[in-house]
Design a protein around this ligand. Structure first.
Ligand code: ZN
Length: 155
């Protein structure tokens, strides 16, 4: 994997924000769509696992182009509080300097891409999610007499 900065702009914020363009996101998205993760009504631990894996790979790649970065962490609200611009937030080691906005392409070789696809699609992750979904359905189906569970059933 290789990270390449395609664009950069000054920012008035202390921390830098990196927007990543990566095929790993596309593959993870594909996995989520095929397994119905996006339409599930619960917070999926399996999906969290997939996201953590993607983030870990991206951060490792970003480290190579931002060697001075104190920490690089994914944030859904990196670019905007409404969540429209997720990205990676860089905490610089040097204090009192303004950050920048970066747009980065993550280049992934064909072999790395195949490896990652295998990691998602040929692993137990899909089964893990199916088990999670079944456990959740079971929980919902269990009759309860509180009005709270009635509400969650109607969703
Ligand atoms: Zn927004």
């Amino acid at each position: 994997m290789k990270a390449i900065i395609t664009q950069s702009e000054p920012s008035k914020r202390v921390r830098s924000v990196v927007y990543v363009n990566s095929v790993l996101n596309v593959i993870a998205n594909d996995f989520a769509v095929k397994n119905g993760i996006y339409i599930s009504l619960f917070k999926s631990k399996t999906w969290l696992k997939v996201c953590r894996l993607v983030n870990k790979m991206h951060v490792a790649s970003l480290r190579e182009i931002f060697p001075d970065a104190g920490s690089i962490t994914f944030s859904h609200t990196a670019g905007c509080q409404c969540g429209c611009s997720p990205g990676y937030v860089i905490k610089e080691e040097r204090p009192n300097c303004f950050g920048r906005y970066f747009w980065v392409d993550i280049e992934v070789s064909a072999e790395e891409e195949a490896d990652f696809k295998n990691k998602l699609f040929s692993s137990t992750l899909a089964k893990e999610f199916a088990d999670e979904k079944a456990a959740h359905a079971l929980k919902l189906a269990r009759p309860k007499d509180t009005s709270l569970s009635e509400t969650s059933l109607s969703h």
